[in-house]
Design a protein around this ligand. Sequence first.
Ligand code: ASP
Length: 315
Amino acid sequence: MSPVALAIHGGCGVMAKLDLGEHEWIAARHVLAQSLRTGWTILSSGGSALDAVEASVVVLEDSPHFNAGYGAALTTAGTHELDASIMDGATLAAGGVTGVRRIRNPVRAARVLLEQQDAVLLSGEAADRFAERAGLNIVEPSYFTTERRLRALAAMKAHETAGTVAKASEAEKHGTVGAVALDEAGNLAAATSTGGFNNKPIGRIGDSPIVGAGTYARNGICAVSGTGKGEYFIRHVVGHEVASRMAYLGESLAAATNKVIHHDLAVRGAGAGLVAVGTDGSIAAPYNTPGMFRGWVTPQGALYVGSHEEVFQVN
Ligand code: ASP
């Protein structure tokens, strides 16, 4: 029987510690713990990695603390265009949706697509209709909008006018949620969901729905879910790059993920982070920004969550 493992992230677009009150940090960590417990309950009762990552991501999509689902980032027009994907490391089956506006939990639509295997990626209105036909929960686009994201959009537009976009904080810019897991049968899976970045152009597609970039899972190697400026994740094919370094160079999960985050993306000035799990149950959660919402469960079932350097045990 394989060891089981689970790691999640809530994006590397984390605010400076002093920008939020202590109770808000505690509330965000509480949701991370809830997401871990949800996935871990599935894994520890013999469930699949695929079910675990989907369930963990749904909890994060439903929370306003993270940029996915409820509380997602806004486009230049003040609208939402959500991206998500999920991948099964056992079969390399995958599903992704992009630019969706009415699916409450985009990762669920990605999962249905994965199961049906007619297409890997569906976009926009067609994807919304696909989810509706599949019986998923459909909401008004305004459901996703929160005060915090409206403020972040206004801040980005002010930066644009003042020519100071480069000075915007990571929190003003972006965020994402994701999960990676290894189940008892030795199967790996990864899932990612996002609103993209604040003030993004209409129609822009990030890395999160793109297999090999923001999401990747392959049995015997690793599962990866990324967060950060998606354009760089696509150009560096980050998920697949981590897996390739491990497969072809024999690097450890830690070495491969550190190289990509702390070297390849860091030298480009790309704020980035990821969570990854190896086929031996090892976990990596590197980031090169001031913080990244993240959490994992040890093989003994101990839960850890954090946003900045400090990590809290939350059992
Ligand atoms: N990767 C996401 C995107 O580019 C944003 C993020 O993770 O911060 O859409």
